[in-house]
Design a binder for this molecule. Structure first.
Ligand SMILES: NC(=O)c1ccc[n+]([C@@H]2O[C@H](COP(=O)([O-])OP(=O)(O)OC[C@H]3O[C@@H](n4cnc5c(N)ncnc54)[C@H](OP(=O)(O)O)[C@@H]3O)[C@@H](O)[C@H]2O)c1
Length: 210
């Protein structure tokens, strides 16, 4: 499976490191162009390459979108259409500018990106601090293996993403669909930024659902 990563900052770089480490072919991109990613690609090794965002979208069987939410309309929607997209983005109005629909919680940031891209979008990795992502990988069964909440409305896509999360040393926890489920791991929720095991996080989601 080939993984494209649009956005090569804190989160995108950490994910690229994990995915190359476990053997996936990875393409990374940013807004300034592939030439600015030479150092990162050298660090990532032979399984990595830098492309434009549009090329990255075409390259990936799965494409991670990890950019400031306020720039989502710049994503190459034609090439992301129908792809499995992993959305790590969060809406922070002070950084992204105000979006009245999001401020009134009429829709979620992930649903906006899904609508723009026409992708099969799964929300994941948005709730883990990048340093915990970079350094938190643990073998299956380790008592301190961290949980990653995942939401999406397509069960098959969610299963693919859950497998990728396990591959890189974390435990996926299903939060539900992209609407109510996605709201369970947005900024301001108890799981956001928290270091929890899968058992702790599942218990919390279960309690909230009752
Ligand atoms: N930092 C965290 O701990 C954390 C944790 C969970 C989720 N998140 C969320 O994940 C997203 C990324 O966070 P981050 O901390 O990794 O941000 P970051 O370090 O600021 O990196 C953002 C990346 O996005 C790229 N980018 C911006 N606009 C783009 C576009 N139109 N096309 C392609 N690439 C574009 C930037 O490239 P240029 O530099 O070339 O513009 C940069 O590589 C955000 O939505 C954030 O809220 C962050």
């Amino acid at each position: 499976m080939r993984i494209g990563i649009i956005g090569a900052g804190h989160m995108g770089s950490a994910l690229a490191q994990h995915f190359t480490r476990v053997g996936y072919e990875v393409a990374v991109s940013n807004s300034r162009g592939p030439d600015t990613l030479r150092d990162l690609v050298a660090e990532l090794g032979p399984r990595a390459r830098a492309l434009t965002a549009e090329e990255t979208a075409r390259f990936g069987d799965v494409v991670v979108v990890s950019i400031p939410f306020g720039r989502y309309h710049e994503l190459p929607s034609d090439s992301l259409s129908r792809k499995i997209v992993i959305d790590t983005c969060n809406y922070f109005p002070e950084r992204d500018g105000h979006d009245p629909d999001l401020d009134r919680d009429r829709i979620t940031s992930s649903q906006k990106i899904r609508a723009h891209t026409g992708s099969n979008l799964v929300k994941a990795f948005n709730a883990v601090y990048w340093e915990n992502l970079r350094a938190g990988s643990r073998p299956k069964g380790a008592p301190d293996r961290l949980a990653i909440p995942v939401s999406g409305s397509d069960e098959d896509a969610k299963a693919v993403v859950a497998g990728l999360i396990r591959d890189i040393g974390f435990d996926p926890v299903d939060a539900g669909n992209l609407g109510q489920g996605g709201r369970r791991h947005q900024p301001g929720t108890r799981v956001f930024g928290a270091k929890m095991t899968a058992e702790e996080m599942s218990g919390l989601f279960h309690a909230v659902r009752r």
